[in-house]
Design a protein around this ligand. Structure first.
Ligand code: CDP
Length: 217
């Protein structure tokens, strides 16, 4: 059996990872998996149940009861928590505010990384996040790190109409002990500050071809 092709896309908040990853997956005919949505969904559920992500004990008390199911629909990842679809809440202000605290908890990461790795047994995929190239799929030869100037990222998020303190979130994500946001040694870095989504996708496709991956025209 051929093993899946995995394209890892990491980067800081609002760097354009999601739009680029979705467009790239469509171009390649791969599934698109948003690992950040998993951390967001878990945060939403924990807050709803009264846990405080800044207090790991309150999260760990509820974690065994969180029924977290990941799937695929029309080529993109889906999530259900206790049977509920959290998608309309993933960008709520309170989720933005607490997701980095929840993501710092090793037991939460262990659970979600296992779900993320499960996709590799099913199909070829583009997965975006913070630790995809460094921790989740360190053996993939296709790793990208998408960045953009902080003021551009802040502007992009504000344009989406969201309350989101991205500087604080970046600091929490880069400074945590478990799986911090980092540039994997063998990742190809793209500064998207002055590029369109198509421009970034084009750069990634060029690099994939150079590395021997067949890309449909
Ligand atoms: O919206 P944005 O692209 O900034 O973030 P996201 O990809 O939706 O991720 C939300 C948060 O989840 C991040 O700030 C991290 O704290 C956490 N996360 C993580 O720890 N590891 C991942 N692989 C993906 C997200």
């Amino acid at each position: 059996m051929r093993s899946s092709v995995i394209i890892a896309i990491d980067g800081p908040a609002a760097s354009g990872k999601s739009s680029v990853s979705r467009a790239l997956a469509r171009r390649l005919g791969f599934a698109y998996v948003n690992s950040g949505a998993m951390y967001r969904a878990a945060t939403w559920w924990m807050l709803r149940r009264g846990a405080n992500p800044d207090d790991p004990a309150s999260v760990l008390a509820l974690l065994p009861r969180m029924q977290f199911e990941c799937g695929l629909e029309n080529g993109a990842s889906t999530i259900r928590v206790d049977g509920a679809d959290p998608s309309s809440h993933l960008c709520d202000g309170e989720v933005n505010e607490h997701v980095s605290a929840l993501s710092r908890i090793p037991e939460v990461r262990r659970l979600l990384v296992e779900k993320q790795r499960h996709y590799a047994g099913i199909c070829d995929l583009v997965m975006e996040g913070r630790d995809i190239g460094s921790v989740v799929f360190p053996d993939t030869p296709f790793k990208f790190y998408i960045d953009a100037a902080p003021e551009i990222r802040a502007r992009r998020r504000a344009r989406q109409g969201q309350r989101d303190a991205i500087t604080e979130r970046d600091l929490a994500d880069t400074s945590r002990k478990t799986s911090p946001l980092t540039i994997a040694e063998d990742a190809y870095v793209i500064d998207s500050s002055n590029l369109t989504i198509d421009g970034v996708v084009g750069e990634i496709v060029g690099r994939l071809k150079l590395k021997g991956l067949e890309v449909p025209e």
